[in-house]
Design a protein around this ligand. Structure first.
Ligand code: PAF
Length: 281
């Protein structure tokens, strides 16, 4: 397994891979890897000849300086996990390898076609500009055939599909299912910041989401949102930010269950912001 810390090193390593016609899979991450990330790596290894994983905590997608500072980092552990799971190249750049001073000064601009107006986009202003900024840079560097993203970040995934189309990247985006802990809690690097008591409390999020499916189709989306909001507010230790049931393609509020819908939630538990989602129809 090669570890590349600069863009030049990646380009050098990828030259040979591309010349020999190998299919390249790419898994972008911010490190602090868990079983959810590893499921993406395993899928890439199964479907491609060469798998690249980037490990980079991207400063431009954090709208909160404290969140960036507290984001868990353990490169030695990530490296060992990636080696064990068949990764061929880790790209672990420093911020200055990726961004010029100018990049960091002026916000990146992108036309999201309205996909950034709700949910994460509303509560984390600028977040998706940073995501598109880094993912588009990484796509240009790695030039993969397939790129793997988790459905836990549902809105991010919709935006990545849009970005790929609008920017004309020749890469297939592969949507990968949420991986959950035994308790049902969606796997997230942020879970590391929860105490064991908070982990138990946080398991209530997915429990409520799964229970809510019992009311589809008898409740319409707005009524079901209210039901979920009440249930979450009744769990001491959870602080709801939003729950929205939206069309899976447009991310606009769903009015009924005719089209595929997804319920997306953001909740604070002990100061840690957690997101999850569930397909409703
Ligand atoms: O989902 C993430 O971990 C990040 O948003 C990503 C896609 C690696 C970009 O920094």
């Amino acid at each position: 397994m090669v570890i590349a810390n600069t863009v030049d090193q990646v380009e050098q390593a990828m030259k040979h891979v591309r010349m020999s016609g190998q299919r390249v899979g790419f898994v972008p991450t911010m490190g602090a890897l868990h079983a959810g990330h590893l499921s993406l790596v395993q899928r890439s290894v199964a479907e491609n000849d060469f798998t690249v994983v980037s490990v980079f905590v991207n400063p431009t997608q954090f709208n909160n300086a404290q969140d960036l500072e507290k984001y868990p980092r353990d490169f030695a552990k990530d490296e060992a996990l990636l080696l064990k799971n068949g990764c061929n190249l880790i790209f672990a750049p420093s911020t200055s390898d990726i961004y010029s001073e100018a990049d960091l000064k002026k916000p990146f601009e992108f036309d999201f076609g309205g996909l950034d107006q709700m949910m994460e986009g509303k509560y984390r202003p600028g977040h998706f500009n940073g995501v598109v900024q880094i993912v588009s840079k990484l796509f240009k560097i790695v030039e993969a055939d397939k790129a793997y993203f988790g459905e836990k970040d549902f809105q991010q995934l919709a935006i990545i599909h849009h970005m790929t189309k609008v920017m004309g990247f020749d890469v297939q985006i592969v949507d990968c299912p949420i991986v959950r802990e035994k308790s049902g809690l969606a796997m997230s690097s942020r879970n590391e910041r929860l105490s064991s008591e908070e982990r138990e409390i946080a398991a209530g999020i997915s429990k409520v989401l799964f229970e809510s499916l019992n009311f589809v189709p008898s409740f319409l989306p707005r009524k079901l949102e209210k039901w979920v909001e009440n249930e979450i507010r009744n769990i001491p230790g959870l602080d709801l930010e939003y729950y929205e049931i939206v069309d899976t393609k447009s991310l606009q509020p769903a009015q009924n269950w005719d089209k595929p819908t997804v319920g997306c939630i953001a909740v604070y538990c002990g100061g840690v912001r957690l997101i999850d989602n569930i397909r409703c129809s």
